[in-house]
Structure formats: C-alpha cells, structure tokens
Design a protein around this ligand. Structure first.
Ligand SMILES: NC(=O)c1ccc[n+]([C@@H]2O[C@H](COP(=O)([O-])OP(=O)(O)OC[C@H]3O[C@@H](n4cnc5c(N)ncnc54)[C@H](OP(=O)(O)O)[C@@H]3O)[C@@H](O)[C@H]2O)c1
Length: 304
C-alpha cells in the first residue's frame, strides 16, 4: 500500500505516488468518465490518493472531464487530493484569437484560472495549485499576490510551482504569505538535471518534496532503441533477480524514490497492470551501488 505523508512542513498530506492525468483523454482505458472513475478507484485501492492535472491538459478539456467523473461518485472528491496548474495559454478551439503560446502568471490571471478550475471540476477547493511554468514577464510580487489571495480565500490549500529554477523559486517564495510546498520538475534516469542544478538540494534545504514528472521520460525509457535506455535495460536485467524480479519501470521508479529529496513521482501510464507494477516499485529499496550502476548505465560512463 502506498504511504501518504506531508509534502512540506505544515503542507498537505499526499500519497508517495501521484496519478497524472495529462494523457487521460488520449487513451482508450480512461477516455470516458466511467472508465476514469474506475481508474481513480483502482488508484485509491493502491493507496494512490493524489491526482495531478492542469488547466492546459487535453487542450483545456481534462479538468472538465475530471469534474464529469467526480459527479458520478459524490463521495470520491473527499478521498482525493487534487493538484492542478495554471499559467500556460496556447491557441486552441476555445481561443482562436491567440496567435502564439505564452505564459501568464499575474495575480488576476492566476485567480481567474483557479476559479475556472474549481468550476470545471465542481469542487470547492484545490489541494495544491502550481504555477505551471515561470512567466518571465511577470514580477514575483504579482504572482505571489494571486497565490496569496487564493490561499487567504480558502480556494487553494497550498501553493507551489513547476519547472522553476532555484532562483525563481527563492524569489517567489520570499513574497509568499505561506511558503511554497513543492516544485514539480522533470526527473528520471534520462533527465537528471535536478541532481546537478540545485533543485534537489533546495528542496532538502527547505524540507519540501519535489514532484517528479515524466518519471519514465515520456515512455522513452522503455524504448530499447534509445541507446541510453538500452544500457539501462541491460543493467536492470542484471539487477532484477536481486530485487524480486523487478522490471525496468519499477527499478526506474525506485531510482527516483531513492533521492534524498524524497520525490513524489507523477505516474503517466494509463494501463492498469503498469499502474499496479508502479505501486509495487515503491517497496524497492535500491542499494547504493545499484543506484550508481543505473546512473552509470544511463550516462554511458562512470562517475567523475
Ligand atoms: N509539470 C509539468 O510541466 C509536467 C509535464 C509533463 C507531465 N506532467 C505530469 O506528469 C505525468 C506523467 O508524465 P508522463 O505521462 O510523461 O509520464 P511517463 O511515465 O514518463 O510516460 C508515460 C508514457 O510512458 C508509457 N509507459 C509507461 N509505462 C510503460 C511501460 N512499462 N512500458 C512501455 N511504455 C510505458 C505510457 O504508455 P501507456 O499509457 O501505454 O502505459 C505513456 O505513453 C503527467 O500525467 C502529468 O500529470 C507534468
């Protein structure tokens, strides 16, 4: 059973693995509300109680789809923690007037987007709202003003960011009435930047846990024609017996979970068997040499 713990000091309690909804409308297993409802119940059975979504997912359609799903089971919302994001605006059917994609994280836009997310999902609060990407044109005070207002009004329980570098995080955090509780970042065996760029260290310093998106590198880690993935597969084949027959995806999750910042991976698969396998990966404790052996396989060379 997946454990739940606070994501930050005084922060909301989230499950160690988070169910991602980016692809739910693309895949037959979850593309209609009764199927997504069944999938959310399967997540709960595994102890996965936190779901991740965003205003932009499904070109602005996924939040509404989640709302349709929640309406099928009125008791479900109180058993879930809902994370959503705002701030990315792209040309789409709803907004043909937009000629180019842009980020926008001023106070009015953040409040408007969060209120839209509440309305579309049919919920009275968001457990965690993330600014999806840093908006290079908006002063941090403006972004903080929007998040602080939503916190004060009880529309969001916690605020965080996604894809911020350490300086952007520190700046925004310095303007918050209530500290940011996470940075949702890309982190996997094929994307190790958080180990080197200070993000993982910043999270440890602040006692907050990052959320790791695309933990299987958007599926590329499972593609053995990718040379780095092929090396990882070979190493996983060697390690598998030692970890009770663990598969590549399970060892890749265990590799993320072993990082001292204690990341919360955001799961991307829409296949039930893969979801269940992921849940079992949370039990794997990778030994030091094996963690470094996977690093070495991914890089194609030894440590410096
Ligand atoms: N904050 C951000 O900027 C950001 C960006 C991207 C994503 N996210 C979040 O992170 C979540 C996960 O991202 P992601 O979907 O890219 O995750 P991922 O796990 O890295 O990739 C998922 C892809 O890998 C495939 N896959 C998974 N397990 C597999 C296996 N054992 N063998 C072969 N293929 C496998 C899946 O196909 P199947 O479905 O067929 O298994 C799917 O196409 C998203 O849902 C979203 O919530 C956040």
């Amino acid at each position: 059973m997946i454990q739940s713990q606070p994501i930050a000091p005084n922060g909301p309690v989230f499950s160690q693995l988070v169910y991602g909804t980016w692809r739910v409308l693309d895949d037959p297993p979850t593309a209609n509300a009764p199927d997504l409802l069944r999938r959310l119940h399967q997540c709960l059975d595994l102890g996965i109680t936190t779901i991740d979504t965003a205003e932009i997912y499904g070109l602005y359609r996924v939040e509404e789809f989640i709302g349709e799903t929640l309406r099928l089971d009125p008791g479900l919302r109180s058993r879930l923690q809902i994370v959503t994001k705002c701030g990315i605006y792209v040309p789409c059917d709803f907004h043909p007037e937009r000629k180019t994609a842009f980020y926008q994280a001023d106070a009015a836009r953040i409040v408007k987007s969060a209120e839209k997310s509440l309305r579309l999902m049919g919920i009275d609060h968001i457990d965690l709202l993330l600014v999806h990407r840093p908006d290079w044109l908006t002063p941090a005070d403006e972004t903080a003003a929007g998040l602080n207002k939503l916190l004060k009004d009880g529309k969001i329980r916690a605020a965080g960011v996604s894809n911020y570098n350490v300086h952007q995080f520190d700046l925004l955090n310095s303007r918050m009435d209530q500290p940011l509780v996470t940075n949702q970042i890309e982190f996997s065996l094929l994307h190790m930047d958080p180990i080197y760029d200070g993000t993982g260290d910043q999270c440890q310093r602040l006692g907050i846990r990052p959320m790791a998106w695309s933990p299987l590198a958007k599926g590329e880690l499972m593609n053995a024609t990718n040379p780095a993935s092929a090396r990882i597969h070979a190493k996983c084949a060697e390690l598998s017996a030692k970890y009770d027959g663990a598969t590549v995806d399970q060892l890749a999750y265990a590799w993320i979970l072993a990082h001292p910042s204690r990341p919360l991976p955001v799961i991307g698969t829409n296949k039930l068997d893969r979801l269940c396998a992921t849940a079992r990966a949370a039990q794997i404790q990778l030994e030091r040499e094996d963690w470094y052996a996977l690093w070495t396989a991914a890089k194609g060379h030894g440590i410096p």
